[in-house]
Write a protein that binds this ligand. Structure first.
Ligand code: ACK
Length: 817
């Protein structure tokens, strides 16, 4: 490493004079995860420990760093009197390669600075970090007419160092670079130079290397350093599998699927996988290797465990043998259960296995007066240890036991009770199947709750009525939707395609009312009766709702053709497309406002007893005031209409990425499964329409979610919002928040915007890292010391202890806060 103080302090001057920039690495600012009671030095040490975990420079590989090149950089300036290198050295006499140009008083400047050829080392997306100072034109007397405050950066790809004869117009522009901070004469007086850092990325690259070029058109610039790097996911061992160094993909949202290979003495049926993100982070581990029988996991490797010894016989009867034993001397982890294998002596091919979490068992159903062989082995998170040696015990002869006759009545009663229970269970299942067969209908349980009263509405409680419960679907439409005369509607243009026909925008002018902009869904000609019923089914549902965050039905046209559904017009269309188009354009409060609206609409639906089943940003519409409204209430929508819906192994068609695990696994669609989908919508909104789980396959998504993986926080996401997402994605559906709680929580955040200032990045990364370094919650490590040792941080054990972090629970608290 070169000098650690300010480089070249007090000796280097920017163009036009000046001193040095004081710069504080952002990564060192703030220490929010330290407990308040800890003195500063312990806070710093704790943070240092956590920062060691967080630091990820290992995922950036420099291709060029002008600060570390000892000799000549070999860059060329054209024309020669444009950019010039300032030959200075830092306090260690290492050269500082600063290039400057300052022709602010002269017209028509076109000064190029060309780097030497840079190999991309196989990377297809590279990053360029520039540090520079730029003079404020306003502070230059007389220079205003010609002075510029930007410069341009270009690149040219080539497979070899083919010289510098490349013409300017062959270079491809990367960007115009402007300063966040320009400096004035006043700043120079204070000897404060404002150093700017800008990073740009280029990709996909297809050749072996490239040149960079910096074009000045009349600014006053000092280019202090240029760092060119690519990102990789550094080699790691996760879940007993080794994942190699992996260069990130060419696309900024690309996830590369990488297979791991099992560490020595471990095996797996299917190789574990992880995904390397464009940011050089490993995401979404799927599958794991297990230590082979006879080996146990320790610190990411498999060593032999010690077997169970000391097995003692307990009560022995003519048909049973009770045993007890002690935990192995070296369990090498937490014992999850024991496996007991036994067989009649000399009959080894026919054996029985029992599993027990206790250190005692009773093997039953044995033959009297027979010798049985027992072997026991323990299992930890990493797999099974070796079996113990054989222990032999003999059951007692028949005549020694006289109480068996007394068991006959008990057996008879047990059998009778068993048969009755079985009949009840089968009856229940059969009735459940009948309700559950209609896939698009509400959940049977919810039907019971909400529909057993038929169409009778309880006073003060509005409930949703399933149009399927009407024998004549036309009756349902006319009960809930107004018939509109076609002459009142003017169709203006087609805005999209729906399942049943075109979606148009237009105007509605009802007698005595002012004209309204509307969206018009049409039913295409040649429809079947079922298609007509399904099409109008959506209107029968929508017509029952009246809420500012639910798309409003104006009416239907059924008496003439084409059959139409007319709704209010939402100027900005569907939310996912809108967010993608306006990436990064909204304040956090605006995003939370959108989420609040969606939650309020969903609270209304859940209060009405309606389960949406396909809540996703693509099914939310947004108007010109950024009000979001829940839409898409098609009866068969989940089955046919949604392009995201895929067939599950059980035959249902479900939008996997948005759907709660219990709804995928056994079609348990409830308001709680809508809450899960709402969490996904939150993620979509905060990430401006990013696709949940990116390009992972549906199968991988199901598996990863089942294994406990959850989407990581979107970039720059307020911690409070990400926590709410995680709450929505609780496996236990009863633990998820209800929509009214979500609305209240978002209201609180909107009322107190400073609560949204804490961003998730640092803290969640720590928790993710900690979780990946050892599942804290599952008790893989028995003590803080053991865990710190495992992650090679043992030297911090004392500091953790002194500050009250003596249990894994306490550590988990620190990190998550
Ligand atoms: O993203 P979009 O512009 O918004 O494209 C789809 C298209 O129709 C097919 O569904 C748009 N759309 C649907 N309903 C409405 C509505 N009520 N107001 C405005 N656009 C709508 C949707």
């Amino acid at each position: 490493m070169r000098g650690s103080g300010p480089r070249g302090a007090g000796r280097r001057r920017p163009p036009g004079g000046g001193g040095d920039a004081p710069s504080t690495p952002a990564s060192l600012a703030g220490c929010s995860s330290a407990p308040r009671r800890a003195p500063l030095w312990t806070c710093l040490l704790l943070c240092a420990a956590l920062r060691t975990l967080l630091a990820s420079p290992s995922n950036e590989v420099n291709l060029l760093d002008s600060r570390t090149v000892m000799g000549d950089l070999g860059w060329i300036a054209f024309p020669k009197n444009g950019w010039e290198e300032i030959g200075e050295v830092d306090e260690n006499y290492a050269p500082i390669h600063t290039y400057q140009v300052c022709k602010v008083m002269e017209q028509n400047q076109n000064n190029w600075l060309l780097t030497s050829w840079i190999s991309n080392e196989g990377a297809s997306r590279i990053f360029i970090e520039l540090k520079f100072t730029l003079r404020d034109c306003n502070s230059l007397p007389g220079g205003l007419g010609t002075c510029k405050e930007t410069f341009n950066m270009y690149y040219f790809e080539s497979d070899e160092e083919n010289g510098r004869n490349i013409k300017e117009n062959q270079y491809i522009k990367i960007d115009t670079i402007a300063a966040d901070e320009s400096f004035t004469e006043l700043d120079l007086g204070d000897r404060v130079m404002k150093l700017n850092t800008e990073v740009r990325d280029v990709g996909p690259l297809s050749k072996k290397g490239f040149y960079l070029a910096f074009q000045d058109v009349g600014a006053c610039i000092a280019l202090v350093s240029v760092r060119v790097y690519y990102k990789k996911c550094p080699s790691v061992v996760r879940h007993l599998a080794v994942f190699p160094d992996t260069i990130t993909g060419a696309d900024s949202s690309q996830l590369l699927e990488v297979s791991g290979s099992c560490v020595n003495h471990s095996v797996t049926d299917e190789p574990p996988k992880m995904h390397c993100s464009a940011e050089g982070e490993w995401l979404v581990p799927i599958g794991k290797c297990m230590c082979k029988a006879g080996y146990e996991e320790k610190n990411g490797t498999c060593q032999a465990p010690s077997p169970v010894t000391n097995v003692k016989k307990g009560k022995i009867a003519k048909n049973s043998i009770s045993l007890s034993w002690q935990e192995p001397d070296r369990p090498n982890g937490i014992i999850l259960e024991y496996e007991i294998k036994y067989f009649e002596k000399d009959q080894e091919t026919s054996y029985t296995i029992i599993k027990s979490k206790e250190t005692t068992i009773t093997a039953e159903g044995l033959k009297p007066a027979s010798v049985y062989v027992f072997q026991i082995r323990a299992r930890t998170a990493a797999g099974y240890g070796v079996f113990s040696r054989r222990f032999e015990f003999e059951t007692i002869p028949v005549f020694a036991a006289s109480s068996d006759q007394s068991q006959i009545p008990i057996i008879a009663v047990s059998v009778t009770v068993g048969v009755i229970l079985l009949a009840v269970v089968i009856g229940f299942l059969l009735s459940g199947r009948r309700c559950g067969y209609s896939k698009a209908k509400q959940d049977p349980e919810e039907e019971k709750m909400h529909f057993h009263n038929g169409h009778i509405k309880l006073p003060g409680v509005r409930t949703y009525i399933d149009p399927h419960t009407y024998e004549d679907p036309n009756q349902a439409v006319h009960e809930f939707a107004k018939e509109i005369e076609a002459s009142c509607i003017t169709i203006e243009r087609v805005i999209g395609a729906g399942e049943f026909g075109e979606v148009c925008s237009g105007r509605l002018k009802l007698p005595g009312k002012r004209e309204l902009p509307v969206a018009i869904k049409t039913l295409k000609v040649g429809y079947t009766e079922k298609q007509r019923r399904d099409f109008l089914g959506e209107a029968s549902i929508m017509g029952q709702f009246d809420h500012p965050n639910i798309i409003h039905l104006e009416g239907v046209v059924t008496k003439s053709k084409p059959v139409m559904i007319v709704t209010e017009y939402m100027e900005n269309g569907s939310l996912d497309t809108f967010l993608k188009k306006n990436d990064g354009q909204f304040t956090v409060i605006q995003l939370v406002g959108m989420l609040r609206g969606i939650a309020a609409g969903m609270k209304y639906l859940s209060d009405m007893g309606y389960v949406h089943r396909d809540l996703a940003a693509r099914n939310i519409l947004i108007n010109s005031n950024l009000v979001c409204k829940v839409s898409d209430f098609g009866l068969s929508r989940v089955l046919e209409d949604d392009p995201e819906a895929a067939y599950t192994t059980r035959g249902g068609k479900i939008p996997i990425r948005w759907t709660a695990p219990e709804a995928i696994a056994f079609r348990k669609f409830t308001s709680a499964s809508d809450v899960w989908s709402y969490g996904i919508v939150m993620w979509e909104v905060v990430s401006y329409g990013e696709r949940p789980y990116w390009e992972m396959t549906n199968q991988d998504v199901i598996k990863a979610v089942e294994e406990g993986y959850r989407l990581p926080s979107p970039m720059d996401c307020p911690a409070a919002l990400y926590q709410l997402m995680l709450d929505c994605w609780q496996k236990d559906r009863n633990s998820r928040p209800k929509f009214d709680e979500i609305v209240n929580m978002l209201d609180k955040l909107i009322r107190n915007p400073s609560s949204l200032k804490t961003l998730v990045n640092a803290s969640s990364r720590v928790s993710t890292l900690l979780a990946e370094h050892g599942p804290l919650g599952s008790g893989a490590y028995r003590s803080v010391g053991e865990w710190l040792e495992a992650i090679k941080m043992g030297r911090y054990t004392e500091i953790f202890m002194e500050n009250g972090y003596s249990s894994m629970d306490a550590v988990a608290q620190v990190t998550l806060e």
